[in-house]
Design a protein around this ligand. Sequence first.
Ligand code: PEP
Ligand code: MG
Length: 562
Amino acid sequence: MNIYKGKSVYKGIAIGKLQIYQKKDLPIKRVHVKDAEAEIRRFRQALQTAIGQLQGLYEASRDAIGTAGAAIIETHKMMLQDDDFIESAEHIIRTQQVNAEYALAMTEDNFVNMFAALEDDYMKGRAADVRDISERVLVILSGQEAGLLQTEEPVIVAADDLAPSETVQLDPSKVLSFVTVHGSANSHTAILARTLGIPALVGTAITLDASMNGKLAAVDGETGQLYVEPDAEALSLLRGKYEALQTKKMLLQTLKGKETVTLDGQKIRLYANIGSYRDLALVLENDAEGIGLFRSEFLYLESRTYPSEEEQFKIYRTVAETMAPKRVIIRTLDLGADKHADYFPLPREENPAMGCRAIRLCLTRPDIFRTQLRALFRASSFGNIAILYPMITSLREITRIRQIVSRVKEGLTADKIPFGNPEQGIMIETPAAVLISDQLAREADFFSIGTNDLTQYTLAIDRQNAQVDEFFDPHHPAVLRMIAITAENAHNAGIRCGICGELGADPELTKFFLSVGIDELSMSPGSILQTRKIIRETNVSEEGSRLRKHFLTGCAQPAAEQ
Ligand code: PEP
Ligand code: MG
C-alpha cells in the first residue's frame, strides 16, 4: 500500500481503479526518413482514416443536432481534402526527407499563422479549424487515441494537471474522483469537481506511469489522501467512512421541500451553480431553489468551435424550461485566464488573470457577445432567466453593455424574433466594483458576489498558483468587509445581493452571510441541503452582531459553540 498526500478540493470518499489520463498533446519529433514516398503513403492513409472518422461524426451529429449544427464537421472534412494543405505537407516530407508527423505540424503552423493574420474574423476563426483537423491526423499517425479515458467502468482519474477544457470533456459517469499532481485548489477544475460532487485532490506527488493503471485505489477527500493498493484495514476504514457519508446524505434528504428560513424568520434563497445543462439532474436532486450561476463559458469549452446562436438558445431554453418558474441566472461568457478553448485564439498575456478575460473579452469581441446575448434574450421568453455580467470594474462597461444590448434587441425586433425582458445583474468580484457598488447598484437589477475572484484580486493572490494556496484566505476580514459593503449598498438601492463564489457554501460563514443580509447563496448542488440545515438552526437576531464583529475584525473571539 502507498499513501500520497494532496490538497483536498471536495470532501468525499471514492474507491475504484486508477486510470492515468494522457494529455492530448503529442510531442512532435523531426525524424529523417529514407523512403519519402512510403511516408507520403502513410500520411495519405491517415488522412483517409480521419476523413472516414469525420464522416461518421457528421452523420451522428446531423441526426442529433441537425444539418446546420453539423456543418462544421463537414467543413473539417473538406479542409482535410484541401489540395494546398495536402501538397504543402507532402512537399515537406519529400524535400526534407522527414516524417509525416513533423511535416504535418509544420504545415499546421504555417496555415494557422496565415489564417490568424487575416483581417476577416471568420477567416481568423479557421486557424482553430486547422489545429483541430491536424490534431486528428496526428493522433492517427501516432497510433494513439486522443487523451481521453479508455474505460468502461468508473475510475479514479490521475493526471499531471487538468485544464477546465479537458475536464469538461471527460464523461462524468466514468469519473469517481480526480487526483492531480499540479493544480490549485481554487482553479476551475477544482470547482468542476465540486459541482459534480466528487472527491478530488490536487498537488498530489503521485508518479504517473502506466503501471499505475488498473490498480485499486481510494481517495479520502477529508484527509486529502490517496491510497494506492490499500491494505484490508485501510480499505475497511475507508468503506466505513463512505457509508457514514452516505448516511449523512440520506438524513439531509428530509430537508428537501423545506423552507430555507432561520429560526427567527429570515429567508434566504439557496441556488445551485452549474456548468452544463447536464448538471440539472443534480440541481433537482438537491432541491435547489433556482440556478444562481450557470457558467456559460463551459459550453464554449466543450465545443469544438464557437457555439452558434441556435445551439446556445436551445441549451438556455432547456435550462429555463426545466427550472421554470424558478430563477436561472446565466452568466455571459467568462473565458480567459485558465479557461481557453482551442478554436478561440486569445492573445498571449504576461498576467492573464488581469488581462483580457470575461466582460473585457466580450466588449472587445462584440460579435461573439452579440450572438450570446441574442440567444439569451430569446431563451428568456421561455422561463425565468436573468443575465449576469462578470468581472465588472466600472460604470463605463455598463454603458457599453447597454449599447450592445439595445442593438441586440433592435436586431431581434427587426428579425421578428420574440424575446423576453430578463433581469440583468453584475458580478461583484473586483475591489473596484465593491468600492463603487453604491453607483453600480443604481444601474443593475441585482448583484452576485464572485468570492473566488474577489479573494484573488483583494489579496493579490493568483488563484491558479498552487504555491500560494496557503495564503489564499477567503476568510480574510478584507474580503468579508467587501461582502458586507456590497450587501449594504445593494440594499440601500433596493436590489438583491447574492454570493455565487465557492465561499457561499462555506459552513463556517453561513451565519455571517445571514448577519449581513445576503439574499441568495449559490453553490455546488451537493452543498445545498447541508447549508439549509445550518440556516434552519440559526437565530440571526441572537447571534448576528457578535458574528459580524468576529468576522469583520478577524480578531474577536468566536462564541463557545463555534
Ligand atoms: C467567482 O469568481 O467567485 C466566480 C463565481 O466566478 P469564477 O469562479 O467562474 O471566476
Ligand atoms: Mg469569477
